[in-house]
Ligand binder design. Structure first.
Ligand SMILES: Nc1ncnc2c1ncn2[C@@H]1O[C@H](COP(=O)(O)OP(=O)(O)O)[C@@H](O)[C@H]1O
Ligand SMILES: [Mg+2]
Length: 432
C-alpha cells in the first residue's frame, strides 16, 4: 500500500507517524520536515499549494491513496490533482473544502438547510451597511471570508470597543476583499469536535479544547494555537447533550453538502461555542486542527490507513479511541507571534523526552549543517498522554524541558487551575 501525504507541520508529522505504521509512506512538502522525511520512503519538495507543481512532482508515480492536509492546499485543489490521476483520495475536493475557505458560503449553507447553531450574521459589501450592522448588533466578530492562518478575525472586547474601530476594520476588509462577514459576538466556551466523513456519514473523534491566545491566562494576540487538551469522552465543562448537539450539526452539514452536489469526504472540523443558548458554530474547517490532531490521533486505536481508505471509498468504518487524557504544548520562538526570533538553533534531547514519556512533533523548523533551526512560526508540539489530565499535563511540561534554545510555551495549558476556570465560567453563564 503506497500512501502519499501532502504537508509538513506538526499536524502532518503525527499523521505521517500513524500512516507509516500501515503503509509505504511518501510525502510532498513545501519545506523539509526532518521527522516526516525520516518516516517516508521518498519525499519531494515543491510548492504544495500549486496544482501544476504537485502534478509534475507525482507524474509517473503510482499511489494507492492520497491525503492532502493543510487548508491552503485544499483550497488550491490538490485533492483534485490526485483524483484526476485516478488515485483514491481521503481529503476534500476544492469545492467541498469551500466550507472552510469561504465563510460566507458556510453561513449561507447553514441557513439554506436550517442547520442549528447559526449566529446572527451578515455579509456586506458597503461600508454604510457594515456601520448599520455594527450599530444594530453591538458586540460583533468581524471576519474576512477567506483563509488567514487564524489571524484575520477581530472580536469586540478583545480587539476593539468603539463603533469607529469596528467600522474601520470592516472598511479595511471591504477594501481588500470586496466584502466582509459580520457576526453577533458569541459568549461561552469554545471547543473542537472533529469527524471523519465519507460523504454521507460521520465518525467522531474525542472533543478537544485549543488555546488561540498567545499568553498565559488567555491574553495577548491570537495565534495558530498554543496548545490543547482532551479528557477522554467529553470535556469537563460540557454536558453529553452538548456533544450530541454538536454532532448532529456536523451530520446535518454533511447531508447539506451532499444535497448540494458537493459531497464532503475527509476530516470535518467543527469549531463550536457552548453558550447559554446552546451550541453555536464558530466555523468549520476541512481538515484536522493543529494542535488538535496530536490529541486525537495519539488516542486512535487501529490503523489510520484503514480509516482513510474506508472514508475515501464512501464506507466509513468508525475507528475506536482510547479514553486517556492528552495535553499538547506548542514550543514557539521567542517573540512569537509578533516579532519571532528566526534562524536560531534549538537543541532536542530525544532520550530525555523518551524517558519523560513525552512525544515531540516537528512543526516549523529546518535543518542546517546537522543543526535544528527555528523559523518565525511554531517550532514543536510536545504531547503528554496519560490516564488523567493532571498526569498528561505533567508529562507534556516535563517534555518541554528537553528542548533547549530561544523557545517558550504556555505553562497553563491543561492545568487544573485553567480547566477549573472554564468549568466555573460555563456554570455561571448557564445559571445567568
Ligand atoms: N461570532 C463569534 N463570537 C465570538 N468569538 C468569535 C466569533 N467568531 C469567531 N470568534 C473568535 O475568533 C476566532 C477565530 O475565528 P474563526 O471564525 O474560527 O476564524 P479563523 O480560525 O479562520 O481565523 C475563534 O476561535 C473565536 O475565538
Ligand atoms: Mg477557526
Amino acid at each position: 500500500m503506497k500512501v502519499v501525504l501532502v504537508g509538513n507541520g506538526a499536524r502532518e508529522h503525527i499523521i505521517a507517524e500513524k500512516l507509516a505504521q500501515g503503509c509505504e509512506l511518501y510525502a510532498l512538502m513545501s519545506k523539509k520536515n526532518p521527522a516526516i522525511a525520516q518516516l517516508s520512503r521518498e519525499f519531494w519538495l515543491c510548492d504544495i499549494e500549486n496544482p501544476g507543481e504537485v502534478a509534475s512532482a507525482i507524474r509517473g508515480k503510482d499511489f494507492d491513496l492520497a491525503f492532502s492536509s493543510p487548508d491552503a492546499t485544499l483550497e488550491a485543489g490538490i485533492s483534485d490533482v490526485f483524483e484526476e490521476q485516478g488515485v483514491l483520495v481521503a481529503s476534500p475536493s476544492r469545492e467541498a473544502s469551500r466550507i472552510e475557505w469561504d465563510k460566507g458560503f458556510m453561513r449561507s449553507l447553514m441557513a439554506r438547510h436550517r442547520i442549528k447553531g447559526l449566529p446572527r450574521h451578515e455579509v456586506v459589501e458597503r461600508v454604510e451597511d457594515a456601520l448599520m450592522v455594527v450599530r444594530e448588533y453591538g458586540s460583533v466578530a468581524i471576519k474576512p471570508l477567506g483563509l488567514t492562518g487564524g489571524k484575520g478575525v477581530k472580536v469586540s472586547g478583545d480587539h476593539f470597543d468603539t463603533v469607529d474601530e469596528k467600522a474601520g476594520y470592516a472598511q479595511a476588509l471591504i477594501k481588500k476583499d470586496g466584502k466582509v462577514l459580520i457576526e453577533e459576538k458569541l459568549v461561552g466556551e469554545e471547543f473542537t469536535f472533529q469527524a471523519f466523513s465519507d460523504g454521507s456519514r460521520i465518525a467522531m473523534m474525542p472533543p478537544v479544547q485549543d488555546h488561540k491566545r498567545a499568553y498565559e491566562g488567555d491574553s495577548g494576540p491570537n495565534t495558530g494555537g498554543m496548545g490543547s487538551y482532551s479528557t477522554g469522552r467529553n470535556l469537563p465543562f460540557l454536558n453529553d447533550s452538548d456533544l450530541e448537539d454538536a454532532k448532529s450539526i456536523l451530520r446535518g452539514t454533511i447531508h447539506a453538502m451532499k444535497k448540494e452536489g458537493t459531497p464532503f469526504k475527509g476530516i470535518l472540523y467543527g469549531q463550536f461555542m457552548a453558550t447559554p443558548d446552546g451550541i453555536k458554530v464558530v466555523e468549520f474547517n476541512a481538515r484536522f486542527g493543529d494542535p488538535e490532531a496530536m490529541n486525537v490521533l495519539s488516542l486512535l486505536q487501529g490503523s489510520l490507513v484503514d480509516t482513510f481508505i474506508s472514508m475515501a471509498e464512501g464506507q466509513i468504518n468508525p475507528p475506536a479511541f482510547s479514553d486517556e487524557s492528552t495535553v499538547v504544548k506548542y514550543l514557539v520562538p521567542e517573540g512569537y507571534p509578533e516579532s519571532p526570533k528566526k534562524d536560531a538553533e534549538v537543541g532536542v534531547d530525544s532520550l530525555g523526552l523518551e524517558n519523560a514519556g513525552a512525544r515531540l512533533y516537528y512543526a516549523s523548523v529546518y535543518e542546517q549543517n546537522g543543526k535544528i533551526m527555528t523559523t518565525g512560526s511554531r517550532a514543536f508540539g510536545v504531547l503528554g498522554k496519560a490516564a488523567t489530565i493532571e498526569e498528561a499535563e505533567a508529562v507534556a511540561e516535563k517534555g518541554c524541558a528537553f528542548v533547549s534554545g530561544p523557545v517558550w510555551h504556555r505553562r497553563d495549558i491543561g492545568t487544573g487551575e485553567l480547566i477549573d476556570k472554564r468549568i466555573s465560567n460555563m456554570k455561571s453563564l448557564r445559571e445567568s
